[in-house]
Design a protein around this ligand. Structure first.
Ligand SMILES: [Cu+2]
Length: 509
């Protein structure tokens, strides 16, 4: 490998490292997509949280009906107590070209578990919905070289100017015009200039120290997910030990504007999210050709355990989704080597598994044949897929001869679950029919709406609470790819007591 090759590798490694540190609830997929019902109105919501806190979140709402007139939005903590002191909502702007498209910008003032409450008004009355939005600093903004060099040059110019000015004033200020300064005056001027330089350099040093300590303080606020370490015993027992890195662990780092900490992170406050404390996806790398959706048990604080099913050997990346009591979701990442011949149990309960051919640079698919000859189809819109564009991803299950599958069931309370995984390992998102938010946080936000009487009673969750008999053979997931590249989408639907896992490849521009 040549020098260029190793440089490229180094560059890729650095990029990967950078992207790893940007990871959070989901991994590398911070934007929130939600398909919601606000009273009588169906709306598609996109929230792009800021990368720095305080910062501005961008909000886009598409109403599926032209009778929506106005939408109001306000960010408030996803926490009963603070929710009572909600600020005045902002009116979203209606697009001049498209009366069903609304946009707005909202300040997110503090780190934590937040929600954006939307009030929708139109010709059929009003409706409300709350969108959970985790608000964390993902990065510090570095100064660009284009700004740093001119500023550095200006600083040098200022320092030199000041020192010369001091020298000139000591040397010549008291002289009559036309006379030449004597040796004594020149000596005094040199001394004064040296002193001036020392003072200015000292001031710059103090400024630099203050700036770096402020920056170090801010760096501690940049989000670091809970860490997870996986170990596998020869008997096939997977241990997942969690560790809480320095981030928002003490109130001193997170004092509210005037009062106690708004947000701290613990490791003993997980709440069930669609029936389980942790949803663990195990995906074999590098082909992303084997996937398991499993549910480890909490055996003591910060420790989960799971007896692995019979798994093909290889290197698996583990993505563990949890939700804290305050509605803050996190995805922890770990790796585990599964050796050949490991004793394993059969799949049981809500466990599910799927296999597919390894992805390749050219793979792109909208049709997946399942082991039982049923077929899962991705009903894809025409044209290329673009990053950062929210849209519904529609999947349909049919039998061998193309008839709609019957005997559909809910899988963990929903018509389907999907995982969007980028093939370079930088993105993982576990998405549901109502959107990319964690179900537990979503339900928490809606239940608060009901108790604060903002709701008109029409509280509905797309894809939830439907009778078993009504489960359709089709499911939609609102989502948008965070960046261009190759993605694999794993879709799970349940039929006749078994979970079908469809696998699809997508090329995103
Ligand atoms: Cu799920």
């Amino acid at each position: 490998m040549g020098v260029a090759g190793s440089a490229l590798m180094l560059q890729r490694a650095l990029l990967l490292l950078l992207l790893r540190t940007l990871a959070w609830a989901h991994v590398g997929s911070p934007d929130v997509y939600l398909d919601a019902q606000a009273g009588p109105y169906k709306i598609f919501v996109t929230v792009r949280p800021p990368a720095v806190i305080p910062g501005v979140a961008e909000l886009e709402v598409r109403a599926s009906n032209p009778d929506v007139r106005q939408i109001w939005a306000v960010p408030i903590p996803l926490n009963q107590l603070a929710a009572r002191f909600a600020p005045v909502p902002d009116l979203l702007k209606v697009s001049a070209q498209d009366r069903q498209f609304f946009t707005g910008s909202l300040w997110m003032m503090a780190t934590g578990s937040w929600q954006i409450r939307l009030q929708v008004k139109g010709s059929r009355g009003g409706g409300t919905v709350a969108v959970p939005v985790p608000s964390v600093a993902l990065t510090t903004k570095p100064m660009s070289a284009g700004l740093a060099w001119p500023l550095g040059f200006l600083m040098l110019l200022l320092v030199a100017g000041l020192v010369l000015l001091v020298g000139a004033s000591v040397r010549e200020a008291k002289l009559l015009p036309g006379t030449v300064p004597d040796a004594e005056a020149k000596r005094r001027a040199r001394r004064a200039m040296a002193m001036a330089f020392a003072i200015v350099a000292g001031l710059i040093g103090v400024g630099r120290w203050w700036w770096s300590s402020a920056e170090a303080g801010y760096r501690l606020k940049v989000y670091r997910p809970l860490q997870m370490v996986a170990t596998l015993s020869p008997a096939g027992i997977l241990q997942l030990r969690l560790n809480n890195p320095e981030w928002m662990n003490g109130p001193e780092r997170n004092a509210g504007q005037n009062g106690p900490a708004l947000f701290t992170r613990a490791m003993d406050d997980f709440i069930p999210d669609h029936e389980h404390l942790m949803h663990l996806y195990a995906i074999r790398e590098p082909g992303l050709d084997v996937i398991y959706h499993l549910h480890p048990e909490l055996i003591e604080t910060a420790q989960f355990q799971l007896r692995l099913p019979q798994m093909p050997p290889g290197s698996y990346r583990l993505y563990g989704d949890v939700v804290h009591a305050n509605g803050f979701p996190e995805t922890m990442v770990a790796e585990v080597q599964v050796p050949a011949g490991l004793p394993g149990r059969p799949l049981e309960g809500d466990d599910a598994a799927g296999t597919a051919a390894a992805w390749s640079d050219t793979s792109s698919s909208t049709r997946f044949t399942l082991p039982d000859r049923y077929v899962m189809q991705w009903v894809r819109p025409e044209g290329a897929l673009h990053a950062k564009v929210g849209m519904p991803f529609r999947f349909r299950l049919v039998d061998e001869s193309g008839r709609p599958a019957s005997g559909m069931e809910l899988y963990m309370g929903m018509p389907g679950h999907a995982a969007f995984v980028k093939t370079d390992g930088t993105t993982f998102a576990h998405v549901h029919p109502n959107g990319s938010v964690a179900m537990a946080s979503y339900m928490m936000a809606q239940s608060q709406l009901a108790t604060t009487r903002l709701s008109n009673g029409a509280m509905s969750m797309p894809g939830m609470d439907m009778g078993e008999s009504a489960v359709p053979n089709e499911v939609t997931f609102p989502y948008g790819f965070p960046s261009p590249g190759k993605y694999r989408i794993f879709v799970q639907m349940k039929r006749a007591g078994r979970v079908e896992t469809g696998v699809f490849d997508a090329d995103v521009r």
